[in-house]
Design a protein around this ligand. Structure first.
Ligand code: SF4
Ligand code: SF4
Length: 291
């Protein structure tokens, strides 16, 4: 007796002409396809989830966190990504982390060059809005504390300098400013500045005491005219955080350079307002101040 030839799955699906289509193999094939689809979908979901680990395993982006943030590890594990801080920030300085940030996806950060925290709300809104204590004035005992986080004295907000209680609610720095490109600094070059600090298209806002203490206005609507550029110093919201220091240039002319002082809280206003591109002065997150 001759053996029947083996049939492929496709052939199994084709009934002989005129014959009634058998139901069981079709159901089997449909189930097989469903299984393959489900498995592929599951692999996709797991793959996308694991992709979030890549930046964690390799180079996780360092970000300037909002005022009062716990140390990075504690912050990432206690922030529930609710976005409350984002909603309440009056100058819209707080953004949420993108897809490529591993554990940092959806976690709030500040991109100071685009929009710094100007402390015009006294560093109160985001900290009060945070429901988990990921942003807090007072770090719990068990929380990590980095060296140099604490300021040697309470920072005075220039806008409140004449108030009975002029100090900022926040007593610690979130970063520290640094003159990263002295050669590009206009003051170091002996130059002044006239015009819109960041050009006509810049979207950043800031509260100017002389305009309205309570209402942020676009930086582009507030042009400057300075014989010697000192924008990082004049717009710094904290008293005694930065000053211009005079020195003599190689050609014997009088020059100035911004010097960051111990009271710098790392808000990034100086980085935002610096009119040269890229900014001559930048903020390094979670750094300690060094003389
Ligand atoms: S020096 Fe810059 S970062 Fe420091 S407090 Fe002033 S504006 Fe903020
Ligand atoms: S704002 Fe920029 S260019 Fe002007 S003095 Fe400060 S660092 Fe220099």
């Amino acid at each position: 007796m001759s053996e029947l030839p083996e049939r492929s799955d496709d052939e199994e699906l084709q009934p002989p002409p005129g014959a009634q289509r058998p139901k069981a193999p079709v159901r089997k094939e449909a189930a097989r396809r469903r299984f393959i689809r489900t498995a592929a979908l599951a692999c996709g979901v797991v793959g996308v989830s694991l992709a979030g680990w890549i930046p964690v395993a390799s180079a996780q982006k360092t970000r300037l966190r909002p005022p009062g943030a716990l140390e990075e590890h504690d912050f990432l594990s206690s922030c529930i990504k609710c976005g409350q801080c984002v909603q309440v920030c009056p100058v819209a300085a707080i953004k949420l982390g993108d897809l490529d940030e591993g554990f940092g996806i959806g976690v709030p950060y500040i991109d100071a060059r685009n929009q710094a925290c100007d402390f015009s709300c006294d560093a109160v809104q985001c900290i009060l809005a945070c429901p988990t204590g990921a942003l807090t004035y007072k770090k719990p005992e068990f929380a990590q504390k980095r060296a140099g986080m604490k300021l040697s004295r309470d920072p005075v907000l220039k806008a409140k300098a004449k108030d009975a209680e002029p100090t900022l609610n926040l007593k610690e720095r979130i970063g520290v400013a640094r003159l990263a490109h002295p050669e590009a600094c206009l003051a170091v070059q002996g130059k002044g500045f006239k015009g819109q600090a960041r050009g006509a298209n810049f979207k950043g806002t800031m509260r100017y005491m002389e305009v309205d203490r309570w209402k942020p206005v676009p930086v582009r609507d507030h042009p400057y005219e300075r014989a010697v550029c000192d924008l990082c110093v004049s717009e710094c919201p904290i008293q005694d955080a930065i000053k211009l220091e005079e020195f003599t240039g190689a050609d014997g002319s009088k020059r100035h350079r911004p010097v960051v002082l111990e009271q710098c809280v790392g808000c990034g206003v100086c980085e935002m307002i610096c009119p040269v591109e890229p900014a001559a002065i930048v903020v390094d997150e979670r750094q300690e101040w060094k003389a």
